[in-house]
Design a protein around this ligand. Structure first.
Ligand SMILES: C[S@@+](CC[C@H](N)C(=O)[O-])C[C@H]1O[C@@H](n2cnc3c(N)ncnc32)[C@H](O)[C@@H]1O
Length: 262
């Protein structure tokens, strides 16, 4: 077997850490999975335990009973530790960015993996992964806090990045730009004056501040109003499946990637 592409990195993970992203995948890509003939999902870099892969599998099976999920991990010891948890439709294999899974996946989820690579490498692996998916397939690549209360992820298709989603637990942040530390590797160094991501986070904070009075009705109302304010000047997704009240009430907000390009 050729050497897997990538490097073994820290294996930190935890129960329900990726719940926010799983919920988004179900809502936004459930239909894509159901329409695939043999839907295959790869969880790339699942870490020291099989937990988040099993959670993804359970959540996806509820909306797509035929989905198969394969956890791919570059550390052989972590593959050995996960194997006892295999079941019909769920397996764990040794591998890296080359995705040794037999057929092109419908969806690749990679969380807290690329963060540990350089920015140029991250762009290269984004391209590699988005070319590896089945026609119409997608990549969801993101980063989150230790327990998953703050997360940011990019959605990619064969043409490259398409969306950027912010997701935060209410009460788990002071201002929206607190999520900046979770930006994908490809954006984190661009959060400087003059760059669109910097202007967006500044406006996000401003909208959050002007809607402070709504905090009297709770963080949720304040977030929803913030999304509405932002949507006046930024092309924030305002309709399902990516946007609108059903997503905003969860503390989510999605922006087209094109808004972040100069
Ligand atoms: C921080 S853990 C993330 C675990 C889990 N995805 C989470 O978010 O909780 C990152 C894992 O990715 C693995 N990894 C890094 N590069 C990889 C690659 N190219 N292919 C497969 N796994 C990789 C590391 O070995 C490590 O176990």
């Amino acid at each position: 077997m050729p050497k897997p592409i990538g490097e073994i990195t820290r294996g930190t993970t935890g129960h329900n850490r990726l719940r926010r992203a799983d919920r988004w995948v179900v809502a936004v890509h459930g239909r894509l999975l159901r329409s695939a003939e043999r839907p295959l999902v790869v969880d790339l870099g699942y870490g020291a335990s099989h937990t988040t892969t099993l959670e993804l599998f359970s959540r996806l099976r509820r909306v797509c009973p035929t989905v198969e999920v394969v956890g791919v991990e570059i550390d052989p010891a972590r593959v050995a530790a996960a194997r006892p948890y295999e079941q019909e439709g769920l397996s764990f294999v040794l591998g890296g960015f080359e995705l040794p899974v037999g057929r092109p996946p419908t969806l690749v989820r990679a969380f807290n993996v690329l963060r540990q690579y350089g920015e140029a490498e991250a762009w290269g692996y984004w391209t590699m992964l988005s070319r590896a998916v089945a026609p119409g397939g997608v990549v969801v690549e993101g980063t989150c806090s230790e327990v998953g209360h703050r997360a940011v992820w990019a959605g990619l298709d064969a043409t490259g990045p398409r969306t950027l989603t912010f997701s935060a637990r209410f009460g788990g942040f002071e201002r929206p730009s607190d999520l900046a530390e979770r930006l994908p590797k490809t954006l984190i160094h661009r959060n400087v004056p003059g760059e669109p991501i910097h202007a967006f986070l500044r406006d996000f904070d401003h909208a959050w501040a002007v809607n402070a009075p709504l905090g009297a009705y709770g963080f949720r109302q304040r977030w929803i109003a913030t999304a509405r304010t932002l949507a006046r000047t930024w092309p924030v997704a305002t309709r399902p499946p990516l946007g609108g009240g059903a997503r905003w009430r969860l503390g989510e907000l999605t922006l087209p990637w094109s808004a972040l390009e100069r």
